[in-house]
Design a protein. Structure first.
Length: 250
């Protein structure tokens, strides 16, 4: 969803202040464990993310509002942990959630493809981790009773894949064949740095053809490890990425 500068301010208030209010309500209600579902984007400021674990720092000062807001919300959740007082908080970090009834990645890419607007960034060569929705739900269930208060956990599918391989297989489950057109990442990042500010300056309501966040994150590797979740939460992927795609096709 395209957000102007003013809309991002509202989005930040809803996310950060909303999180604060939820924490307050949970404490007053006597909740023992508060589970926050965040995102790996909370670490992103334009760089490749390769082999990242939970020791990697949050980036509340990210130049991308989405990343900055998500980092602030997660920090608030983890700082609210009071294990000694019987109130624990845990943050989960999925990456590129997918699966049945997906109205985000699948819907957006499908719409772009059908409108003839989809192009690969650097040929889709960026390598990424992914998270099937069933595995996220499994991790959320575990986080209610397992793990350490005040900690954060990546929850992921087994292995990694290229953006091209994953999107091609994922869209194929909807009978959509993605175009082979591609643009260089450096060009798209530079273009987005010019186009998005112009869109905001002109206060256009329609989304720009490319945003800075999308151009940067789609041209960077996003590879993470969920060893901590497997050790402390007892997390284990329920199905393989291949099996999940097969189920969507059937």
């Amino acid at each position: 969803m395209w957000k102007s500068g003013g809309a991002w301010a509202v989005y930040e208030q809803l996310n950060v202040e909303g999180t604060r209010q939820l924490l307050d309500v949970a404490k007053k209600a006597g909740v023992k464990r508060f589970v926050h579902v965040g995102t790996e984007a909370a670490l992103f400021h334009g760089q490749h993310m390769r082999g990242i674990d939970e020791t990697y720092p949050l980036c509340p000062q990210s130049p991308f509002p989405y990343s900055s807001i998500k980092a602030k919300a997660e920090k608030m959740v983890r700082d609210a942990n009071e294990t000694d007082n019987g109130f624990e908080t845990i943050a989960l970090r999925p990456r590129m959630i997918w699966g049945p009834d997906d109205q985000t990645i699948l819907a957006v890419v499908k719409g772009m493809a059908e409108a003839g607007k989809f192009v690969w960034v650097d040929g889709g060569k960026a390598v990424t981790s992914t998270t099937h929705i069933d595995k996220l739900v499994h991790a959320m269930d575990l986080a209610l009773t397992q793990g350490v208060g005040g900690e954060n956990y990546f929850v992921l599918d087994d292995g990694e894949t290229s953006i091209r391989a994953f999107f091609t297989a994922y869209l194929a489950t909807e009978g959509v064949e993605l175009d082979a057109k591609s643009v260089p990442g450096w060009f798209l990042r530079g273009l987005s740095n010019v186009v998005e500010p112009i869109w905001r300056l002109l206060r256009l309501k329609s989304a720009p053809p490319i945003t800075k966040f999308t151009a940067h994150i789609m041209s960077r590797d996003g590879r993470f490890t969920d060893k901590k979740a497997r050790t402390q939460l007892g997390y284990a992927p329920l199905i393989s990425r291949e099996e999940g795609l097969k189920r969507l096709s059937s």
